[in-house]
Design a protein around this ligand. Structure first.
Ligand SMILES: NC(=O)c1ccc[n+]([C@@H]2O[C@H](COP(=O)([O-])OP(=O)(O)OC[C@H]3O[C@@H](n4cnc5c(N)ncnc54)[C@H](O)[C@@H]3O)[C@@H](O)[C@H]2O)c1
Ligand SMILES: O=C/C=C/C=C(\O)C(=O)O
Length: 471
């Protein structure tokens, strides 16, 4: 790192500055990309697949050995409760490397025997080669999980990476660098640059001509900017973007399970999950009963010290994000919503300057309200009744986004029928965020481009080369 500006990293539960982070300059980004290119041509590029797999497995072990360091860093950056980070963020950070080590160990490619006029035939076979230097641009909501979700398949496939974590959550990407060094990942394979988007490290990286592909998770408008940057030089992108995900509850659903599952979908990680639910549609016959129980459940979340096991809901990630979420809380009120739960800022003793907001449930708004159509990314949801299946599907699909849905019914036929009609990349039936990392993951419509997960990740992280040999 050379001289440049620095920026503050804050603990969202108190607003206290926990670190000063050096902002990478255009020269730093260039040095990182150059190092990544050089590493491709060095020992990493010549390494056999079993050797790479062995390194990936050592990464898993080292992340697990330093579990508590990762846990603490992630909590200080995000403010999320320790119970959540211990169960989801850090284990998944390690698991991502294990899954792609397994995948790459067993992947085959296709072969065709092609008839020729002399009847000797030809063989067409396909090999996968690394795409090259991959830029990995990450959001702040699940920093380690979403970063390793991209870095693991990139490295498994033999690429090198330059990672730009979110400016809100820089710590675990830096810690992972220590892990890479400790387990013998060659220099230049995993690089981290820090900073913001426009006019900073994000833009420097995505517009760098020696980057071969860009994988991004974040907001849809940022995805558009990144796609424009990628157009220069015709670089491929993989985009996992925003959502306004619908949850559907039919009148034959297991109500207890639906209330529990959807309360996680709406509120866990303080609503800052791209797959989370911000629109609930409930069949009219059970509307009152569902809403009553759902609101009761929403009131049971406990704010407090993110490091305490008792805490089930943390603050939002930043003051700026809190202003955005609260502006939607105001708008809902102005537009005449009935506020069933929350709608404001809680008093959290000992943490009064943290970025807290209450879990919030509204009814009574039309589909056209921005509260019902725009991604808020907070612990809030609007609930609306529907009469039949066709109406539920139409309401669910009435959106620019298409990331995920969660459907609750005991009617097996209906469950499959509805899931296949909702325009999303990921449909869950009687569950939410039940992830099998071998499955395709991504969004339809404005929620993204491409799919990552299992073998689907290879579509982005490798280039296919077809070889035709005349026999
Ligand atoms: N589909 C998914 O898998 C998924 C997963 C998690 C989050 N998200 C989405 O992410 C959003 C929340 O995350 P966020 O606020 O960090 O997103 P964001 O788009 O504001 O920022 C994401 C990253 O992009 C960088 N960036 C911003 N502008 C850039 C530019 N012009 N060029 C290059 N880089 C730039 C940021 O610095 C950050 O690292 C929500 O919209 C959420 O739905 C989607
Ligand atoms: O906020 C979005 C959460 C995305 C989750 C994943 O990408 C995953 O589970 O791999």
């Amino acid at each position: 790192m050379r001289a440049g500006r620095s920026f503050e990293d804050r603990f969202p539960a108190t607003g206290e500055v926990t670190a000063l982070v050096q902002e990478s300059t255009a020269d730093d980004v260039d040095a990182a990309v150059t190092a990544a290119r050089k590493a491709l041509r060095g020992p990493w590029g010549r390494m056999s697949v079993p050797e790479r797999i062995a390194i990936l497995r050592r990464i898993v072990d080292e992340v697990n050995r330093r579990f508590d360091d990762f846990l603490r860093a992630e909590i200080l950056d995000t403010g999320k409760p320790v119970s959540l980070a211990r169960q989801i963020d850090i284990p998944r950070g390690a698991a991502n490397f294990a899954v792609f080590a397994d995948l790459i160990a067993t992947m085959g490619t296709e072969v065709f025997q092609t008839p020729t006029p002399d009847r000797a035939d030809a063989l067409n076979y396909t090999i996968r080669v690394p795409r090259g230097v991959i830029a990995v641009i990450c959001p702040w909501n699940l920093p380690l999980l979403l970063m390793t979700w991209k870095v693991a398949p990139a490295l498994a496939c033999g690429n090198t990476v330059v990672v730009k974590p979110s400016e809100e959550t820089p710590a675990t990407a830096a810690l992972l660098g220590e892990v890479m060094n400790a387990v013998g990942v060659p220099p230049g394979v995993y690089n981290v640059v820090h900073g913001f988007g426009p006019g900073s490290a994000g833009e420097f990286l995505t517009s760098h001509p020696d980057v071969d592909g860009i994988t991004f998770t974040g907001e849809s408008v940022t995805g558009e900017a990144i796609m424009r940057a990628a157009a220069t030089g015709v670089r491929p992108v993989s985009l996992e973007l925003g959502g306004k995900n619908p949850g559907l509850v039919f009148d034959d659903a297991d109500l207890d399970a639906a209330v529990e599952g959807l309360s996680r979908a709406c509120f866990s990680n303080t609503g800052q999950v791209c797959l989370g639910t911000e629109r609930l549609y409930v069949q009219r016959g059970i509307f009152e009963a569902f809403v009553e129980r759902f609101c009761e459940r929403a009131k049971r979340f406990r704010f407090g010290d993110p490091f305490s096991n008792e805490t089930t809901l943390g603050p939002l990630v930043s003051q700026v994000h809190r202003e955005k979420v609260l502006s939607f809380y105001d708008m809902a009120r102005r537009e005449g919503a009935t506020v069933l739960v929350g709608g404001g800022v809680p008093n959290v003793p000992g943490f009064v300057s943290g970025y807290w907001v209450e879990p919030t449930v509204w009814t009574g708004l039309p589909q056209s309200s921005p509260v019902v159509s725009d991604e808020i990314f907070g612990p809030c949801t609007h609930v609306m009744p529907f009469d039949d299946e066709d109406e539920a599907v139409a309401l669910a699909n009435d959106t620019r986004y298409g990331l995920a849905t969660s459907i609750w019914t005991r009617d097996v036929s209906r469950a499959h029928r509805v899931a296949s009609r909702i325009e999303v990349g990921v449909a869950w039936i009687n569950c939410w965020f039940l992830r099998d990392l071998r499955t395709p993951f991504g969004g339809a419509k404005r929620s993204g481009v491409g799919r990552e997960g299992g073998a689907h990740s290879l579509e982005f992280y490798t280039e296919l080369r077809n070889i035709c040999v005349k026999l």
